[in-house]
Design a protein around this ligand. Structure first.
Ligand SMILES: [Zn+2]
Ligand SMILES: [Zn+2]
Length: 216
């Protein structure tokens, strides 16, 4: 199995890249991705980060991927082409807080990320809906359709327990890819993807519905 959303000391996590990979090996994952927050990187530190992931990958028997977690802003995701081309994948997440009833702004942000060519996966979709309000299903469906059109994926976040079953079911039905994600900030949380896996199965999905399924 896989965990494509993990943090290290390169951003706000507490472990080293090799610690995350060790725990992924211990939990018998086939793929682990490192995805630190983009706003912690200068170009120099970013190069060191990617080099370090590649070194750890070469020493590991499992697949170690270099990712990043970008922020979706008013003007779109803050990922640049320069960074994206060095990486195996890019997650884009909404980290901004909106007011009550402003779920439509959240959806607008997500749509901007879906159409951005540097983005591969939308992170923890809907984790703030309990506070900003739940969008009507028709609006959510538009987002899924857009992802279908642009070939983008959504993660099933074990940390935030999102998205919900109907959402995942719709993705499986439409061939929109999914990923399994802990969003671990400490190495011993890497690979705790039971919730994500359970949701994928409940939704009728299988390994073929996951991004990088060819590497599983
Ligand atoms: Zn996030
Ligand atoms: Zn994260």
């Amino acid at each position: 199995m896989m965990d494509l959303h993990t943090h290290t000391r390169y951003s706000d996590g507490i472990g080293l890249i090799r610690d995350n990979v060790s725990w992924a090996e211990k939990r018998r994952l086939k793929i682990v991705g490192i995805s630190d927050h983009i706003h912690f990187f200068t170009p120099g530190i970013f190069s060191k980060y990617v080099r370090e992931i590649r070194t750890v990958r070469d020493e590991s028997e499992i697949v170690v991927l270099a990712g990043i977690e970008a922020n979706i802003t008013e003007s779109g995701p803050d990922i640049t082409e320069e960074f994206a081309r060095e990486l195996d994948y890019v997650i884009a997440s909404v980290h901004e807080w909106f007011g009550e009833g402003e779920w439509y702004r959240y959806l607008e942000y997500v749509k901007k990320a879906i159409i951005d060519e540097n983005v591969d996966i939308i992170g923890h979709f809907g984790n703030t809906f309990p506070w900003i309000g739940y969008p009507p299903w028709e609006e959510v469906l538009e987002v899924i359709k857009l992802a279908e059109e642009y070939g983008k994926a959504f993660e099933i976040s074990a940390r935030y327990k999102v998205p919900d079953l109907d959402f995942i079911r719709e993705c499986v039905k439409r061939g929109v890819k999914l990923s399994l994600a802990t969003d671990a900030h400490r190495p011993d949380d890497v690979g705790k993807i039971e919730w994500s896996l359970k949701m994928l199965k409940k939704a009728g999905g299988s390994e073929e519905d996951l991004v990088f399924s060819e590497l599983l």
